[in-house]
Ligand binder design. Structure first.
Ligand code: SF4
Ligand code: F3S
Length: 103
């Protein structure tokens, strides 16, 4: 599962599409955690898609990640600023790849 303390235990190494990237990153096999308020561990995500389908405010978009061992696309929390903290995505992700900091 995603580490809920990732922002203390990892370093922010950059941004992609305006979304924070928390390392370590070693493309294409290791992609790190993306996002801060809504965070997706790309190294755990298997592209199930439930988060995209269920988010009521369309926070997520697919991004292609060819060569990643778990899946060739990931759910990017592109519009995390729109999140209403409903926690649906956290509940439906089958591999617990998402953390929402509702605090
Ligand atoms: Fe969308 Fe709710 Fe997840 Fe926020 S907590 S990203 S609003 S599903
Ligand atoms: Fe990935 Fe979980 Fe969404 S596997 S696509 S973060 S439901």
């Amino acid at each position: 599962a995603i580490d809920p303390q990732f922002n203390e235990n990892r370093e922010k190494v950059g941004e992609e599409n305006g979304v924070a990237v928390w390392g370590p990153v070693d493309e294409p096999e290791q992609l790190g955690i993306r996002g801060t308020h809504v965070a997706v561990d790309y190294d755990i995500c298997i592209a199930d898609g439930a988060c995209l389908e269920d988010c009521p405010v369309d926070v997520f978009t697919w991004v292609d990640t060819p060569g990643h061992p778990e899946s060739e696309r990931k759910a990017e929390p592109t519009k995390e600023a729109q999140c209403i903290d409903c926690m649906l995505c956290v509940d439906v992700c089958p591999v617990d790849a998402i953390d929402v900091d509702a605090g």
